[in-house]
Each structure stands twice: as C-alpha cells, then as structure tokens.
Design a protein around this ligand. Structure first.
Ligand SMILES: C[S@@+](CC[C@H](N)C(=O)[O-])C[C@H]1O[C@@H](n2cnc3c(N)ncnc32)[C@H](O)[C@@H]1O
Length: 269
C-alpha cells in the first residue's frame, strides 16, 4: 500500500478496536432479510437503498463497494448476482468480511487500500456504491478515483450522513455540545461511546456539490433523518416513519434540515 496520510492512519488505528468488538459477527447467522423483503422498512435509508438497487440490473455487472467495512453490502450484492469488488482501509474489518463471504459461499474480491488511491485499472465498474464512507475520506481525490475506475455512464450510488452547514452550526453550538448532546447520547445511539471516529464529518452541502460535479442528473435523490438520529433514535418506528413522510413532503427543502442523503447518478466521463 502507498504511504498513508495522518488521517488514514488514525482511521486505521480506530478500526483495530472496532473490528475486535465485531469479531462475533462470524459466529452469528448473516442477516439476508434486507434483500428478501427490502420494502419492509421503507422509511429507512438503508432499506430504501436496497429497494432502489434491486430495481437496477445487477446480474453479472461489475460493482465496486467503497469502504466496505465488514462486507454487508458486498455480500448482499454478490448474492444478488453481481461481480463484487470491495475494499477498505482496515485489514481487520476485511478479515471479518472475507470470513463471512467464505462461510456464505460467495466469491468477492476484497482488497485493502485507501479510497483516495485505488489499485484498480481505469474504467472497470458498472456500479459504484458508497455507503457511510465518503464522510471518512478526503473527498476530492476519492471522487477522482471513483470516476477513474468507473466505466463511462456507470451508476454511482451514494448513501451518507449529511448536515447543511447552517444546521451543523446549531449542532456545534455550546448549548448543544455541552448539555443537549451528552444528555441525548445513550438515548439516540444506545451507547455513551458511539461509533464515531475523530476525523469523520457529516457531508455538508459543499461536499455533496463536489461529489455530484462529475455526475449527470440524479436518477434517485432523497433526504432522510430530520429529527430521528438527532433528537430521537430511529428504533422508535412511529417517529421514524413520520420523519420520512415529513421529509418527502418537504422535498428539496430537506437540503436545509436532513441528516442523511441518498442519491444515484451516472458518471460523466
Ligand atoms: C462507517 S464504516 C462503513 C462501512 C460500510 N460502508 C458500511 O456501511 O457498513 C466506515 C469504513 O470506512 C473505512 N475507511 C476509513 N477511511 C478510509 C479510507 N480513507 N479509505 C478506505 N476506507 C476507509 C473504515 O475502515 C470503515 O470500515
């Protein structure tokens, strides 16, 4: 691997412990429900992502999973018939992903590399999927690399935490930072020590603009999580459903208030 940046080294270090906590994934059955019944949790971005992906023609297509973590998306896409390549910076996370794929009898090309410098040749992939990874990386070089390794017209599917810079300013205010956030932590995340690395940042509207720059008009674009994951946990279904209904009513105004964005568009090159 090429010399890592300080940020990449910190991410790598953080994920040693994170992978250790998740080793027991190898002892549990893999959960396939999201591709068996993706409509079941229609209000949830992850499940909607599968409703969308399963409406695409994935069979025998080359798909790249960016920052694949423990390989959930890679396994799901391989089971749906795609030729999956997946990479992550963390060798420890990749060990778990490889173990799961082997156990489930799936062939997936897992490799270790940073998103900012990919080892794949040019114009390889029909689809690129980035879920909860772009907010961990240096966006301009990572997007240049996605564009380089994607075929012209490949579909780029992005599903990421997001906050408009104005909303983020409220989140970073002294009142929220010192009083509201610590008080809400366990309620929202179910833990006083949620999975948040030192360098990760929610995508801002500027980041989204940079990511969309090499893309054609979006084929799918939706905002998620206005109140849920901020003031209420998404496990309270009635609120999670109302939250998604509200954001659908708000439409493009989700730009100001949403906490997650998902879109897909073809890569122009
Ligand atoms: C929040 S996890 C998401 C994993 C997976 N996409 C998912 O949604 O389950 C973020 C992942 O990004 C990886 N990561 C962090 N910085 C990276 C970089 N510069 N290049 C590649 N992967 C990176 C971490 O090792 C971790 O597996």
């Amino acid at each position: 691997m090429t010399e890592l940046t300080d940020r990449q080294k910190r991410e790598l270090e953080y994920h040693v412990g994170h992978a250790k906590k998740n080793e027991n994934r190898l002892d549990k059955p893999f959960d396939w429900e999201i591709i068996e019944n993706p409509h079941r949790r229609w209000w949830n971005a992850h499940w909607q992502m599968y409703t969308y992906l399963m409406s695409c023609d994935l069979k025998n297509k080359n798909i790249l999973v960016v920052g694949c973590g423990f390989g959930e998306d890679a396994l799901h896409l391989a089971r749906l018939g795609a030729n999956v390549s997946a990479f992550d910076l963390s060798p420890d996370s990749l060990e778990i992903a490889k173990g799961l794929a082997a156990r489930e009898g799936l062939t997936i090309d897992f490799r270790q590399m940073p998103a900012e410098k990919l080892q794949y040749p040019d114009s390889q992939f029909d689809y690129v999927l980035a879920r909860d990874i772009l907010h961990h990386v240096d966006i301009p070089p990572a997007i240049d690399e996605v564009v380089r390794v994607a075929k012209p017209g490949a579909l780029f599917v992005v599903n990421e935490i997001y906050s408009h810079s104005f909303t983020d300013k409220i989140r970073r205010s002294a009142l929220v930072e010192k009083i509201v956030y610590p008080a809400m932590l366990r309620f929202i995340y179910g833990s006083n020590k949620p999975y948040i690395t030192k360098d990760e940042r929610k995508l801002s509207e500027t980041d989204v603009r940079i990511i969309r720059k090499p893309l054609r008009q979006a084929e799918f674009f939706r905002y998620f999580n206005f109140i849920v994951t901020r003031l209420l946990p998404d496990r309270i279904r009635v609120f999670a459903k109302l939250d998604q209904i509200l954001l659908r009513v708000l439409g493009p105004a989700g730009f100001w208030v949403a906490g997650r964005v998902m879109f897909s568009a073809r890569i122009d090159k």
